[in-house]
Design a binder for this molecule. Structure first.
Ligand SMILES: Cc1cc2nc3c(=O)[nH]c(=O)nc-3n(C[C@H](O)[C@H](O)[C@H](O)COP(=O)(O)OP(=O)(O)OC[C@H]3O[C@@H](n4cnc5c(N)ncnc54)[C@H](O)[C@@H]3O)c2cc1C
Length: 406
């Protein structure tokens, strides 16, 4: 039997995971990536157990361990001082691995891509290939790239991120929405942060209409990656540009009067762009004909649970394993079942991440004690995100009911 011709668009986290999962199943594929190198400077990813357990199965664990840092604890603090509101051990006593069966890592995004790519065999990635057009033909789906070449395949997997070209083909344009919040990001050497308590922890500092999250990245946790989110602007100024210029003062203003650990971190940063946070609206369909979406293209979410990349990995593994199991003789049926299997969970995480924004941005006159009690029960509230294993039986009825109730 001739093997199916499969194209993956995008060598981001979902695309590389999809390649690894197809490779594991012995199914050939080609990944087309618009960039001419896989290096995104200045970005980091928190990999949780639901993603890292899959990467471990692909042989990535030694590479991940060498390139990343496991946070000591997960800690929440208020904006004005260093009191711990709630904390849970992560690396400490092996608590997170024991609870969820796989590690939690903070890693440079480019390092993660390097580790994943190193496990792919053969020359399977075509860089400098930006997909511009898709058209169904009797022989397959034709892909045209902006560098004037094309491919004819039986299935195209759109792992091309939040601005997905494949999604435009599947669902039309206009599927993304500004969340009403924006963020500043930075990476600062830990040695420049003398006021930071617990620099090896993943920590949220929470205050009125803003929060700052940080975690250590790199082999020794030598750099601290932070992500500072504020409410607004009410309308995003330019829907074609999601990153706009900002000054150091723009960056510091929402955090005026916050604990020195926070203001010192921001003051040490050299990255002053403002990132709009965008989400994908619920899509009626994740596929059309021979094209299907995974990852941000299907369900981009605000990053407050750190789950965009992790759920992209889950999608990729689920889809590849369904292709291996069912084949492509009934593409329509396969892709319908795939979306049905993934939609409930990813929608629940999307909604929960959006709701978390409010929890992190409470004003001082809100019921902060109730929030503290919730945060102290983090494993009971959010363990369902982390302990998920794509390879276990599809959600049982109790699991489905639990997700529906969210
Ligand atoms: C500030 C911030 C912090 C985040 N932190 C976390 C975190 O801690 N943990 C987490 O799990 N998630 C996090 N996320 C989300 C995460 O980065 C994304 O959800 C994840 O990368 C999505 O994976 P993806 O494969 O769908 O898309 P991406 O990883 O974005 O990859 C898409 C790829 O497709 C390529 N591409 C795009 N268009 C084309 C085209 N037309 N032709 C060819 N190639 C194309 C792109 O160049 C890119 O390489 C964060 C996001 C942001 C903005």
């Amino acid at each position: 039997m001739t093997p199916p011709r499969i194209a993956i668009i995008g060598a981001g986290i979902g695309g590389l995971a999809c390649g690894l999962a197809l490779q594991e199943a012995g199914i050939p594929f080609t990944i087309y990536e618009q960039a001419d190198a896989l290096t995104e400077i200045g970005a980091a990813i928190a990999l949780s157990a639901n993603g890292s357990r899959e990467l471990a199965r692909f042989g990535c664990l030694p590479g991940l361990q060498a390139a990343s840092c496991e946070p000591s604890e997960l800690i929440w603090r208020g904006w004005r001082d260093q009191t711990r509101i709630a904390a849970h051990p992560v690396r400490k006593n092996g608590a997170y691995r024991a609870a969820y069966g796989a590690p939690y890592f903070g890693i440079h995004r480019a390092a993660l891509q390097r580790v994943m790519r190193a496990q792919l065999q053969g020359d399977v990635i075509r860089l400098d290939h930006r997909l511009s057009e898709l058209s169904e033909t009797d022989q397959g789906i034709r892909l045209d790239f902006s560098r004037q070449d094309s491919a004819l395949v039986d299935l195209v997997i759109g792992a091309d991120g939040i601005k997905s070209r494949v999604r435009d083909h599947v669902a039309g344009s206009g599927a993304i929405r500004y969340s009403g919040t924006s963020a500043f990001r930075g990476i600062v050497p830990a040695t420049c942060l003398p006021h930071l308590p617990d620099p090896q922890a993943i920590q949220f500092w929470m205050g009125r209409d803003a929060h700052l999250l940080h975690y250590a990245i790199g082999p020794e946790g030598g750099d601290v990656n932070y992500f500072a989110v504020t409410e607004g602007p009410a309308d995003w100024p330019d829907m074609n540009r999601w990153v706009i210029e900002a000054t150091r003062d723009d960056h510091l203003k929402p955090f005026k009067g916050w604990d020195k650990a926070v203001t010192e971190m921001i003051a040490q940063s050299h990255m002053f762009a403002r990132w709009g946070l965008f989400v994908t609206k619920p899509l009626r369909h994740w596929h059309k004909g021979r094209a299907v979406l995974i990852g941000d293209g299907a369900h981009a979410m605000v990053p407050h649970h750190g789950q965009g990349a992790n759920t992209s990995i889950e999608d990729a593994v689920t889809l590849a394993r369904m292709i291996a199991h069912d084949g492509l003789s009934d593409t329509e049926g396969l892709l319908t079942r795939f979306a049905a299997r993934r939609r409930l969970r990813t929608t629940a995480i999307q909604k929960s991440a959006t709701a978390t924004n409010e929890v992190l941005h409470l004003h001082d006159d809100a019921d902060l004690q109730a929030r503290a009690r919730r945060l102290r029960h983090f494993p009971e509230e959010f363990g369902w995100i982390h302990d998920f294993d794509t390879r276990k039986a599809p959600l049982d009825q109790a699991g489905v009911a639990r997700l529906r109730a969210r």
